[in-house]
Every structure is written in C-alpha cells, then in structure tokens.
Design a protein around this ligand. Sequence first.
Ligand SMILES: [Mn+2]
Length: 316
Amino acid sequence: MRFYDIFNGDADGICALHQLRLAEPQAGTLVTGVKRDIRLLERVPARAGDVLTVLDINLRDNLPALHAALERGARCLWFDHHAPGDIPRHPNFEARIETGSDVCTSLLVDRYLKGLHRAWAVVGAFGDNLVTAAQSAAVPLGLPASDVQRLRELGQAINYNAYGETEEDLHYPPAELYLALSRYQNPFEFVADEPIFEVLRGACADDMARAEEIAPHLVTPRCAAYIFPEEAWARRVNGEFANRLAREHPLRSHAVLVKAAGGYRVSVRAPLEHPAGADALCGRFETGGGRAGAGGINQLPEADLDRFLRQFAQAF
Ligand SMILES: [Mn+2]
C-alpha cells in the first residue's frame, strides 16, 4: 500500500495538505505542480490498496484517471471547491466537494479537522483571495489585527509562488515549499524562521511594480482587461495582480491575459461584490474553466482575442 498526496501548488492546495498531514501524518509521494497543472491524477501509477488524497484540483478534469485508479483498486479521498461535474459513486471514493464562493479547500479541510489547524486554513483562504471568509475563520483564534494581516501576507506570498508556465518560472517548486512549511505547526514561526516568506514578498513586489507599468487594454466602469508580455515575471504575477485589482475595484470584473505561444493564458475575476459567472465565461472557450468567482483559459488562440474581450465585457 502506497500513499499519494496530490495537491494544487497554490496556497490553498499547500495549506489544505499541511493541515491534513499535521493532523494525520503520513509519508506519501507528493504530486503537484504550478497552479495550472491540474491534471495531476494521471501522473499517479495507482495500484490496488493505494491511498490517494487529492486536494484543490478539479474532479472533472481528472475523471478518467480517477476511474482508472478506482478500477485498479485504489482508494481516494477528494477535497475541492471547483465545479466537479458528475461525482462518481464508488465504495472506495469519498468526495468532500463544495463549490460556494466563500469556501476553499483549506476551509473544507479545516471543517473536516474541526478547526484543529485553523491558522493554516486562514492562510489558504487568504491565498485564494477569500478575504471575508478568511477573516471570519480567523475570529475564534483571537489574534490581533496585525497577526491576521501577517497570515494574509503569507497566503498571498505562497499563492504568488504558484503562478508560472512551468516550475522554472517559480521561485520555489511547490513540493519544496510544502516540505519547508510542513516542519511548522505555527505559521508565525514559519514566517519568523524561514527566509522564504521575505524572498517571496520581495519578488512579488518587484513583479507587481512591473505589472503596474502596463496600461489596461480595455477599461470601463464595470470591467478592465490587461495584456502582459511573454515573460516570466508576467506569468508569475498575473494571479496576484488580478486579485489585487479585484480588491481595489470590487464592482469591476477583471481579466489578465499573458502572451504565450500562439495566444494567451487568461485569468478572470468576477466582481468581488457579485462573485459569479467567471466559470461560465471561461467555459465557453475550449481550454477554459474555473469557479464562480475566478476562472481561466489555458490557451486562448490569438484569433479568439476579440471574441473573448467582447464576451468578457458583456459577461458581468
Ligand atoms: Mn483553491
């Protein structure tokens, strides 16, 4: 029997796994990648008796690999908050999936663990830009505002690290970042003892400064779209940049397009005040998807740029 921990490389995925393994230690093979690497299950050579724990990746995109693993006799526990499609029923499969705009995987794991490692759930929720949900989850911890702010900055820093085309774009491979984190019960000790937080914060500020020099491609009172060049800093910072725009203009929807071979990678944020419709818009494009408040298109062909911008401007 072998254990596999299969998780999104962003803050929510990492903090979800970290909470779970603090509570239920288990030395498994780590399977993760950049935030956009979501077809992770097909990398797992599951056999009878293996235990697969999956966190913060979409079930729909991994369904064939899940069926194959279950057929071979593996067991699977799945936590996630992305629209799953039809959830299979199988005696070896347990799904803890909820898609509300105020839940994330770290908060689902927190509920499963009855708040045991709540501070890390708060970090994960802030990483997914669920500011209100993160703040309410933090209330029972009774922390001073400056400590809650620290958890927020940590979530943003870890989340920033997950964006890139490949792990080469990232400052830390997500598995390495998880392992560094996994030695700490307490996020404040991680922040104080590891250089990682400061490295990521500084790098994010540098990338963000470059992003701020780019004028919007399209801007109205209700939406704004940015087009970034084909450079590593742009691939790293587009997610945090989109999250920041969403917070600063809560009534506006946002799209950040990063130039890539033959087209664009697209991140969409629905208005924070009405977090709905991002998945529907992105789902109209072949490689698009996501959740209500935030979605993306992996590869928008150059020829579809105008169609996307038109539909984006009308969608929210
Ligand atoms: Mn998430």
